[in-house]
Design a binder for this molecule. Sequence first.
Ligand SMILES: [Zn+2]
Length: 397
Amino acid sequence: MATTIEVTPEEILNERQDEIPSSPAVHEDNSDDDDIRSFNSAVEVPEDDVEAITRLPSPEPPKPEENVGLLRSRLRNCLHNFETVCEDVDFSSMAHHAVESAEDFFRRVWEGTWRVVHFQHLPAWLQDNDFLHHAHRPPLPSFSACFKSIFRVHTETGNIWTHLLGCLAFMGIATYFLSRPNIEVELQEKLVFAAFFAGAIICLGMSFAFHTVSCHSEFVGRLFSKLDYCGIAFLIMGSFVPWLYYGFYCEFLPKVIYLSVTTILGTCAITVSLWDKFGTPRYRPLRAGVFMGFGLSGVVPAMHYLYSEGWLKAASEAAMGSLILMAVLYISGALLYAWRVPERFFPGKCDIWFHSHQLFHILVIAAAFVHYHGISEMAMYRLTTGDCAVDDPRIVL
Ligand SMILES: [Zn+2]
C-alpha cells in the first residue's frame, strides 16, 4: 500500500513559527494539539510496512529560535489557562474553608482525647483548691466539650451530678405541686411555694451550670461563679418566704417586716456576689460567712415566734424541728466548704469523691428537702386549722 505524505513536519513547524508574531497575547487553545493531530492524520503509515517508515524523511532538529518561539507559545497558553482557572475559583475562601475544617477536625479529636491534669498544671484561674491534687479538668474552651465532660470522671463530676439531679428533682416536684387544681391547693399557697421552688431550682441549676463550664475560660468561669453565688442567695430568700408566710400567718406587720428584711439582705448578698474578687480562693471564708450570716438571720423571726407562741406550738405548728435540722445541715456544709474538710487532712485522697465541695452540695440538697418537708407540714397545719379567728385583732394578709 502506498504511503501518502501531505504535509511534512518541517512545514508544520514553519507554519507555527509564522503564527507566533501574529497572535502576541493569546493563542487559540490547543493549537499545538491541533498541529499534532493534523500531522498524524496527514501521515498515513500502514502498520506492516516497515519500509515506508524508513522512507520517511527524518525531520531536521528545530533551530534554537524555533524552540524559543515554541516554548513562548506554550507558556502563554499555560498562563492564559491558569488565569481562567483563577477567575473561576475563589482561592481565599478555599484556604479559609480548609483552615476551618482542619481546626474543626483537631478540636473534635482533642475534645475526645483530653486528659485530667495535676493541680500544678492548671492555669492560675482554674487553681481553686490545692488539697485536690489530681484529676482536674484542663481548660476546655468549648461549651460542647464542657458539657460532654459531665460524663467523665474528674474533680467536678460529683459537684455537677449532685446539683443536676437535685435540680431535676425539684423541677419534678414543682411541676406536680403547681399543677394541682386550685380547689386542692389555693393560688396563694402555690405562689408561696413557687418562691421556694424557684429559689431551689435557680440555685441548683446555676450551680450545675457553673461546675460544668467553669473550665471553659477565665471569663466564663468568673461569670458563672457569680451566677452560682447569686443562686445561693435566691435559695435562702425563697426558703424564707413560705416559713414567714405560715409562721406569721395571722400577723401582718411582722410578716411584712421580715419579708422586707429578707429581700434587702438577699439583694446585698447578690450585690456582693457580683463583686469580681468575691469568687477568688482568698475570699472563701468571706463567701461562707456572707451566706451563713444571711441564713442565720432567720434566727430572729424564729426567736420571735418562740417568744410569742412557745416551744410546743413552735414544734407542732412552725416545724421548728425541720427548721433547726435545715440550719444544721446548711451550717455544716458551709463550714466544711470554708475549711476544706476532709481533703485538708487527706491531701490528694479526696480528689474525685467526698471532698468538701461535694459534701457541701449534698448537704445543701438535703437541707432543701428538709425545708420542703417542713413548710409542707406548716401548710397542712394551716389547711386543717382554717383561717385566723374573726375577733383576732391582727390583720391577715
Ligand atoms: Zn458548688
